[in-house]
Design a protein around this ligand. Structure first.
Ligand SMILES: [Zn+2]
Length: 137
């Protein structure tokens, strides 16, 4: 009787987390996310992706749901593997940004290599080079 707001346990359709929500809130969330109920955290992630992909909210939601389902499936049966997968993702991202940044150093390595090839392909034997050095000095 005292509960004016009927609180329901709503399960996020992304990550599966249950939240206690008023029916109004659930309705609002479903309306916002194309009939799906997703928790606040997932909603935020979807909003962020929507901003990044130029306002394609439904695509952002689908993308986020796929990610969550994938991780939940692995995470529930193999928690250790889930962590390994998460770490792998982080490493992948890190190495990607690292390789993008290392363009200049690797170019330098390439230059040094071709420099060595040029020098050695000048066909002057070591002995002759020594002679030239002697002559020069
Ligand atoms: Zn969620």
């Amino acid at each position: 009787m005292e509960d004016i707001w009927e609180v329901k346990k709503a399960k996020c359709e992304c990550c599966g987390m249950s939240e206690e929500c008023s029916e109004e809130y659930i309705k609002g969330a479903r309306h916002r996310f194309w009939g799906k109920f997703i928790c606040g955290l997932c909603g935020e992630a979807v909003n962020e992706t929507t901003q990044k992909n130029g306002g394609k909210g439904k695509e952002a939601l689908e993308e986020h749901m796929n990610e969550c389902v994938k991780f939940n499936k692995i995470g529930r049966s193999y928690p250790a593997l889930y962590q390994a997968e998460a770490i792998k993702e982080i490493l992948k991202k890190a190495s990607r940004s690292r390789s993008a940044r290392s363009v200049t150093p690797s170019d330098e390595v390439g230059l040094n290599k071709s420099d060595t090839i040029l020098r050695s392909s000048s066909c002057i034997p070591a002995i002759t080079r020594g002679t030239i050095n002697n002559v020069a000095s």
